[in-house]
Design a protein around this ligand. Structure first.
Ligand code: TTP
Length: 191
């Protein structure tokens, strides 16, 4: 039995390491991340996590862990920005209001699948031009859903959250530990 982290996100590897877990392999999945027409954020994140878990090749007894983080502004899905222009658009939309961050986690072992979602509410302050420009120039927005990372300097833009900090960063550890245990991975066993 091997544990495969089906994710190219360094954040997910680090969050897993917080539990003392080092995966036997890291195999980033390659799937189409385009939302379907009219698809809502939570079902979208849940679908992507499952599709990622299905896309990673593994042995019948191996455990595959995948996740998807999506920022939701009402019914609108904010994924990873294409470029700095789209990042500016996202951050301008998010500033001064509350949004949700959904991280769906999927664990697969052979044909069996366990999945859960973590939903957090996040308040971002309205950004001044100087803050927005400095953040865009810093490049931290790249590859981040909603164009920000709470664990970086954007932490200064976020006065309030309700939910799971690890979920917002990309891998909710309470749900992840429960799913891994359900699939038979000895999360708390130490040699
Ligand atoms: C909101 C937010 C997102 N993120 C990141 C986590 C995810 O890496 C990324 C969302 O993209 P995802 O599509 O969930 O993941 P990924 O493409 O980085 O990696 P993979 O599909 O291989 O697992 O946004 C943060 O790091 N901090 C935050 O505060």
């Amino acid at each position: 039995m091997k544990l495969i982290l089906g994710s190219g996100s360094p954040r997910r590897k680090e969050l897993l390491a917080q539990l003392g877990i080092v995966p036997d392999a890291i195999l980033p999945p390659d799937i189409d991340e385009d939302p379907r027409k009219g698809e809502l954020p939570r079902p979208y994140a849940a679908r992507l996590a499952r599709e990622k878990a299905a896309a990673v090749a593994a042995g019948p007894d191996d455990i595959i862990l995948c996740a998807d983080t999506t920022v939701a502004l009402g019914r609108r899905i904010l994924g990873k920005p294409r470029d700095a222009g789209e990042a500016a658009e996202f951050l301008t939309m998010l500033g001064g209001r509350r949004h949700e961050v959904i991280t769906a986690v999927a664990v697969r072992r052979g044909a069996r699948l366990w999945a859960r979602e973590s939903v957090s509410a996040v308040k971002m302050k309205r950004l001044s031009d100087a803050e927005l420009n400095a953040y865009l120039a810093g490049g931290e927005w790249e590859g981040k859903a909603g164009a920000y990372a709470i664990q970086g300097s954007a932490g200064a833009f976020i006065p309030w959250i309700s939910g799971s900090f690890t979920g917002i960063v990309g891998l909710p550890l309470a749900e992840t530990a429960a799913l891994l245990q359900a699939a038979g991975w000895p999360v708390w066993r130490r040699e």
